[in-house]
Design a protein around this ligand. Structure first.
Ligand code: 1WB
Ligand code: MN
Length: 347
């Protein structure tokens, strides 16, 4: 730890947990027939084949644990807060009724642990996009009654994305509640999946970023943010590289609009990205990419994250402690932006 480690309030914003009931339901999904790309990893974590790595075997206990090893890991590394979210694929591989019930149960457990450790945990609520009207009700309960800090969704649901009007009750609820939706990855949807089935490309190596960046772009170019101008979306892994593409996206989207293949928009994709999105550094520890992100999006739109327990804490802390930014900028990255975007009380 660096000399000033005690002066930073480190709020980590993409930190995964699970509950035994969701883990059991995912084990059932792993054992049922199916071919979706998520199953490669779901089988390894929830129905572990013999001979898988020790690191993989350790994941599930570390996801379920909230108050033991997790708090020790936070203490050891000077991390004040985990903003917790139900780990991918959340409830999105279940039928609508099971998903709705398990999201509410996970939210209750999350609220209980936040209440017990209000200075150590905050939480992003889950909902079941399979049933958008019930999801909107659960979203209201999660913010107004459970006092959670925003929402998590694991990208597509049954291969559909948030540009689909059937999901608008969810986007409307998030906007009305002034609560940010964190679009966390899951494996690419069925139509995208084929070239991701080998070389370990299904998940965090490459598939996750392609899936979420595609989701974000679909939302921007379909006009979602003209309909919901105050909707806030967070994406991890250094913005899934969307901001690297903004110039070309603006240029080619204008062409697509002019030839009638894309709807006319009030703003350009880059204007939506700067207005409606924030990004986190989860699992992406490159100072070059951080520098580019701050220059492209502004210091107020970048938040620190670890991606616990999928990535280790110490290097994520070392990465941000040593980032080439001013002391005031480091405080924004570590906690100021998270406090603002996720309504986390300051101390
Ligand atoms: C991995 C990363 C796997 C994440 C996950 O399974 C999630 C991985 C649900 O590194 O293989 C994540 O949340 O970033
Ligand atoms: Mn993650």
């Amino acid at each position: 730890m660096t000399a000033d480690s005690k002066t930073h309030r480190r709020i980590a914003t993409e930190e995964a947990f699970s509950i035994p009931e969701v883990a059991a339901a995912l084990r059932d999904v792993a054992r049922a027939p199916g071919n979706s790309l998520d199953l490669i990893l779901v089988k390894r974590i929830y129905d572990a084949p013999k001979g898988d790595t020790a690191q993989m075997a350790a994941l599930l206990p570390r996801l379920i644990d909230l108050e033991d090893e997790r708090l020790r890991d936070m203490d050891k590394n000077g991390v004040a807060v985990h903003l917790l979210s139900l780990t991918a694929p959340g409830v999105q591989m279940f039928d609508a009724d099971t998903a709705t019930e398990l999201a509410a149960l996970a939210n209750d457990r999350l609220a209980a642990v936040v209440k017990k450790h209000p200075t150590r945990f905050a939480g992003l609520a889950s909902f079941a996009p399979q049933s958008p009207k019930r999801a909107a009700k659960e979203m209201e309960r999660a913010i107004k009654t459970l006092k959670l800090n925003g929402f998590v969704v694991n990208s597509h649901t049954n291969n559909d994305y948030f540009d689909d009007p059937k999901f608008f009750p969810i986007l409307e609820a998030a906007e009305a509640l002034d609560a940010c939706i964190y679009i966390h990855p899951r494996a690419p949807s069925d139509g995208l999946a084929a070239p991701f089935r080998d070389y370990g490309l299904d998940s965090a190596q490459w598939g996750y970023g392609i899936e979420v960046s595609t989701h974000a772009v679909r939302m921007m170019v379909s006009g979602v943010f003209d309909r919901f101008p105050k909707l806030k979306i967070c994406i991890g892994h250094m913005g899934e590289a969307v901001h690297f593409w903004l110039w070309r996206l603006d240029y080619m989207n204008k062409n697509a609009q002019n030839r009638g293949s894309a709807p006319k928009l009030k703003l350009t994709p880059s204007e939506y990205f700067k207005r409606n999105f924030v990004i986190t550094t989860s699992g992406q520890e490159s100072h070059l990419a951080l520098d580019f992100s701050i220059k492209a999006l502004g210091i107020d739109n970048v938040l620190w994250a670890i991606d616990y327990p999928y990535q280790p804490t110490a290097p994520a802390v070392a990465f941000m402690d040593s980032a080439p930014v001013s002391p005031a900028e480091r405080e924004k990255l570590y906690h100021g932006n998270a406090e603002r975007v996720f309504h986390i009380p300051t101390v």
